[in-house]
Write a protein that binds this ligand. Sequence first.
Ligand code: ARG
Length: 277
Amino acid sequence: MTEARVSTRRRYLLCEPKYFTVEYAINPWMDPSQPVSTELAVKEWTELADTYRRWGHRVEFIEPQPGLPDMVFAANSGTVIGGRVLGARFRAPQRAPEADHYRRWFLDHGYRDVFMPTRTNEAEGDFTWTGAVLLAGTGFRTDPGAHSEAQEFLGVPVVSLSLVDPRYYHLDTALCVLTEANATRNAHIAYYPEAFSVGSQRVLRRLFPDAIIATEADAECLGLNAVSDGRNVVLPMEATHLADQLLHHGYDPTFLDISELRKSGGGPKCCTMELRG
Ligand code: ARG
């Protein structure tokens, strides 16, 4: 019997890809010589925002800035748990100024506990809250020192995971939380094991024996860069095998065309920062 999945109301922060382009390459998906349509990216992103609103979630927006083509990837600029905001510190100088725009957004929107990291920290790109622990990726972007900084500031247990495949340079390209943990049940997640070191694969198996294991084809279209509200899951439309598994586990998948945004290495989750508490 499949479990009844229950959605909970979320609050998301998004940034329109008004200045989206691929003019530098900081991950293997990015090729500045290929044509990119800003208009198409805006269309894909608008569909994402409409999807969240259709599901009944609250969507907030931050003003995009010229010269910051990756600012659409809101997930990279903050980890918000219980109203505490851990900001970002980007590895690539091209993205560094994004962190301060988001910091100001938080201050302008009533957040009092805002801490800017001293170590490289690409926020929800590498930090995934399960409801019980904060899974923290490292290997390509976020510094392991940022993991202890996150634990100390957010006051949540952090589990470090090592990423080993440059295509899956952020944790949120290889793993997503489908149902958060609560007092009586473990979190339900999906992930692509090959993106992780052998030791980290063992940690994931130990913590999440019931996880959905994604195929290479699901991972290669950034299928794991999905967003779940506990029942509804938005994911790239090529991730058909993963969508079948989601259906089988009682979720309600919604496909999204992310072909333009993927040229920068991003998908639905990269475009979405969750504001918790
Ligand atoms: N071009 C961006 C970068 O390389 C993509 C970021 C995607 N964001 C994410 N949360 N995975 O930084």
